[in-house]
Ligand binder design. Structure first.
Ligand code: HMG
Ligand code: MG
Length: 339
């Protein structure tokens, strides 16, 4: 799945860890056999980029991610173009992705929609999966959606109803589940209450967002226990950790031990939310895959191809990937070297 023999032709290079068959898979008790990675690089990863990434680069990025074996790749957002200028090209991007599901069977390309206007745009471009994004705190709801938390829920209801009726599954995101840059700690009961409302509204899956990356494993356990106590099956939950304080991987392992099998991550560790101060990149998909494969957990991802993709993207963005795995496998060539 991950190891590839050193290439015979061309300039010789030292065998790297993957060539040597590392990580050496060893199963650990209480973990799933398979994890579905919800790749958010093209959306969460790019939405905060200051300089506009050309639409053809975005399309190639998504194609490369799919070719590396990722089967859920969040493609873009149909939000107000002034709120997220980087993704204002969603209408141009979607036609460029039209043949990807044929070329990569099983590929899903979800898009974010905040309201009915966003849903209309997404459906006009044949989106097959959409996501709404709520906030566990009032301040972030207002800053990100220009609504109260309740007002945002009212905005999402017709989106979820119409999408579901059209056969389009809806993911619900809940941001600031573990801490908020304006309000501080967020009570578990508050998060569970809003999360349950999204699920009862008809969201098929609920992704619990640590938007500013402040969570630690005890909090993750407490929140998942809170959802279990509210009767929410763990199979409907996903986790979405930003890595600001280096906790994303520990938090993910904690969630896996609690039964979560859907993990959000961003190729190369790109990312951040333009409306949340101190939000940095997501958990890097490569670092996640390294750990999962080391634990003998199937992902379907070819780590070599994924790392090459993040190196390619780093060169387009003009800076090295923050992913430790990308850095370890590509070294100084992660940015600046020719393709
Ligand atoms: P608003 O200004 O309150 O919008 O923004 P409005 O409903 O008052 O409408 C104003 C105008 O915008 C109208 O046009 C609408 O048609 C238009 P006018 O009549 O004046 O000509 N409009 C739109 N145009 C295009 N597409 C649309 C759309 N909606 C309205 N969808 C709104 C409210 C929700 C639109 C705005 O706040 C917005 O777009 N917010 C998006 C912010 C965002 O994308 N943030 C990043 C994603 S969330 C995230 O990253 C967190 C996550 O990763 C999880 C985690 O880490 O925790 C998911
Ligand atoms: Mg995010």
């Amino acid at each position: 799945m991950t190891g590839a023999a050193p290439r015979g032709a061309g300039p010789t290079r030292e065998p790297d860890a993957l060539d040597l068959g590392l990580p050496d898979p060893v199963r650990a008790p209480g973990l799933p056999e398979e994890v579905r990675i919800h790749e958010v690089g093209p959306r969460d990863g790019l939405q905060n980029e200051g300089s506009l990434v050309p639409v053809e680069v975005k399309a190639e990025f998504i194609d490369r991610l799919a070719a590396a074996g990722l089967r859920t790749v969040e493609a873009t957002s149909f939000v107000h173009p002034k709120w997220v200028p980087q993704l204002a090209d969603a209408e141009e991007l979607m036609p460029r992705l039209a043949d990807l599901p044929d070329r990569h069977p099983g590929l899903r390309l979800p898009v974010l929609v905040p309201n009915e206007r966003g849903l209309d745009r997404a459906l006009a471009h044949h989106a097959t999966d959409v996501a709404v994004f709520a906030s566990a705190t009032e301040t972030f709801a207002r800053r990100n959606l220009n609504r109260s938390a309740d007002g945002a829920m009212a905005m999402f209801r017709p989106v979820v109803e119409r999408a579901t009726a059209a056969g389009v599954p809806v993911r619900g995101y809940l941001s600031m589940c573990f801490g908020d840059p304006w309000e501080g700690p967020v009570p578990v009961a508050q998060v569970v209450g809003l999360g349950v409302r999204l699920l009862e509204m008809g969201c098929a899956e609920l992704s619990l967002g640590d938007t500013i990356g402040v969570a630690t494993p005890g909090q993750v356990t407490a929140l998942l226990d809170g959802f279990a106590a509210a009767g929410v099956p763990v199979g409907r939950l996903a986790v979405h950790f930003h890595d600001t304080y280096g906790q994303a991987l520990s938090n993910t392992l904690t969630a896996l031990r609690a039964g979560v099998t859907v993990v959000d991550a961003s190729a190369g560790g790109l990312g951040g939310c333009p409306y949340a101060k101190s939000a940095t990149g997501n958990l890097a998909t490569e670092d996640l895959v390294w750990m999962l494969h080391g634990l003998g957990i199937r992902t379907g991802v070819d780590l070599r191809a994924l790392v090459a993709t993040s190196g390619w993207m780093a060169r387009r963005l003009g800076r090295p990937s923050p992913s430790r795995t990308v850095q370890a496998l590509l070294g100084a060539t992660a940015a600046g070297a020719p393709d």
